[in-house]
Design a protein around this ligand. Sequence first.
Ligand SMILES: Nc1ncnc2c1ncn2[C@@H]1O[C@H](COP(=O)(O)OP(=O)(O)OP(=O)(O)O)[C@@H](O)[C@H]1O
Ligand SMILES: [Mg+2]
Length: 226
Amino acid sequence: MIDLKDIRKVFNEGKAHALTAVDGVNLSLEARQVTVFRGPSGSGKTTLLSLVGCMARPTEGRIVLQDREITSLPERFLTEVRRSTFGFIFQQFNLVKGITALENVMLPAYPLGESHGSLKRRARELLDLFGILPRESSRSEWLSGGEAQRTAIARALINDPPVIIADEPTAHLDTKLSREFMDIVARLKASRKTVIIASHDPLVCESPVIDRVVTMRDGRIEAAGP
Ligand SMILES: Nc1ncnc2c1ncn2[C@@H]1O[C@H](COP(=O)(O)OP(=O)(O)OP(=O)(O)O)[C@@H](O)[C@H]1O
Ligand SMILES: [Mg+2]
């Protein structure tokens, strides 16, 4: 479903401190699989996720998403592809402070122009699905780590994207919450989502729900798993 062809990403190209973060990556990611990228700090995992998720453009190479070449799309279309295809879960969860859990979940859907009532109903359903509806009116900075994580997952799902991208999702969680996160990944997989994770957490990489482990080193793929 997602094909990466000869992808390179150079930061500060042409300058003395230029850095090649992703260096010649070729990879096909299958729909409805759970893939985890692992590798040492600085090996290019986050950079690669940002390219896959259309948050940044590669310096070289092509990305083909569902048979559509997206690398050369104008910004406006790329934003549209990003919004309709991907849900993001970040390491720090990146919830917006000062607004409630419910408002955080609704946020990514605002640009799509759905009626407030219908959007609110869907957002509450998602909070309920993850057992945090009682916290809907809590300001996001008052949520516990686990509640914040589940709010972030609900937010990633609000536009019903086929692909969920999670960058080090368990880095700030204890073992119990990390296991809960993997249970949620299993549920996402069962609901036919494609899940792409970057993590060096053994609890993630060795989970039975993972279909494929891709190991990165120095911006390259060292092993692409089964
Ligand atoms: N915006 C940027 N500008 C310059 N260099 C960057 C930028 N983003 C990342 N890098 C560099 O690119 C390399 C790859 O970084 P990246 O964040 O992709 O690694 P990572 O595998 O996700 O590491 P970690 O496990 O620590 O999260 C690093 O050397 C990093 O310093
Ligand atoms: Mg990273």
